[in-house]
Each structure stands twice: as structure tokens, then as C-alpha cells.
Design a protein around this ligand. Structure first.
Ligand code: S3P
Length: 169
């Protein structure tokens, strides 16, 4: 294990769950960027977006990502759904020599989870808004080094095997 792995993909694609399991599998530390933001600011990403606006949230997100990478403690990092979309963050991820994995999950699967999930997602409050964002972001997620197509009904182990096979960590 020489370089951190960042897991990206749309809201509801299963980033945190899969990243946590991957870290356990590789026996490395897991960090959830949204949780790091909450720990650092005392507010959740949803609160930051609602109260201060998305641009202010993005600046905090980039600062937190820099801090996490700089600490060199994380083996696997689950990004928030918009973190990879920011060029500054992709540059940081590249600078630190991270592997990047895009969990490519059909929109309807993501939407079902967004809709039923307990988490508040200000950028995905309506289906139309989420669908437009999903389409707009796809070409940027595509820039990740590893592309993993997920149907959404796989066993976790199946996905971990696929990620490990696609990427030489
Ligand atoms: C966002 C996704 C959220 C969170 C914030 C913004 C986005 O994380 O970072 O609400 O821009 O897609 P999840 O992808 O974990 O829902």
C-alpha cells in the first residue's frame, strides 16, 4: 500500500460503504471527506451549503481534502459527490499520487437511495435537479483512473474483487 485511493461517484452510489469495506480489506485507514468536514467545522456539508452557499462549501471541501492528504494517514478516502468535479481537487489528488476509482451507478439506483436516505442532500432535493447534475457530472467522473460499473444489487465482496482486479494498488 503506497498511495491513497480516492473513491468518487454520484450521491447515493455507495462511496462511503464501499470505501470503508475496501479500507478494511486492505487494512488501511478509511476517511470520509464529508465527515472530516463536519469534524472540522462543526457543521455538516448540507448545513454549510444551505447556510453559506455551495461556493463557500467547496472552498472548505478543498481545504479539508488538502489537510487529509497532507496528513498522509488515509489509505482510502470517500469523497463527497461533488468533490471530484472541482479541478483543484483533482489536481491535489494527482499531486499526492492517489489512485482514483469511479463507482458508476445508474441514476435510478442513486435516486432511490437519495430519496429514501436519512442524509440531507441540498443539491439533490428534487429528481429533476439530481438528474441534471448526474448528466453534467458524468464526463468529469469519467476522468478517474478506474471505472467500476455497478448495477446496485451486487454483494459487497463482488465489488471489492472487481475494484482490486481493475486497479493494482
Ligand atoms: C454533494 C454530495 C454530498 C455532500 C454535499 C454535496 C454533491 O455527499 O458532499 O451534499 O455535490 O454531490 P454524498 O455524495 O456522500 O451524498
Amino acid at each position: 500500500m503506497t498511495r491513497p485511493i480516492v473513491i468518487t461517484g454520484f450521491m447515493g452510489c455507495g462511496k462511503s460503504k464501499i470505501a470503508r469495506a475496501l479500507a478494511q480489506n486492505l487494512n488501511v485507514r478509511f476517511i470520509d471527506l464529508d465527515e472530516s468536514i463536519t469534524a472540522r467545522t462543526g457543521r455538516t456539508p448540507a448545513q454549510l451549503i444551505d447556510e453559506d452557499g455551495e461556493p463557500a462549501f467547496r472552498l472548505i471541501e478543498t481545504d479539508t481534502l488538502r489537510e487529509v492528504l497532507n496528513a498522509r494517514e488515509a489509505g482510502v478516502i470517500a469523497l463527497g459527490g461533488g468533490a471530484w468535479i472541482e479541478a483543484a481537487n483533482r489536481e491535489l489528488i494527482n499531486q499526492y499520487g492517489c489512485a482514483s476509482v469511479w463507482l458508476d451507478v445508474p441514476f435510478e439506483v442513486c435516486w432511490t437511495r437519495i430519496e429514501s436516505g436519512a442524509e440531507d442532500r441540498p443539491l439533490g432535493r428534487t429528481k429533476d435537479q439530481a438528474a441534471a447534475l448526474y448528466e453534467r457530472r458524468r464526463p468529469v467522473y469519467q476522468l478517474a483512473k478506474t471505472h467500476v460499473s455497478v448495477r446496485g444489487d451486487e454483494e459487497l465482496d463482488e465489488l471489492l474483487t472487481q475494484i482490486n482486479a481493475d486497479q493494482k494498488f
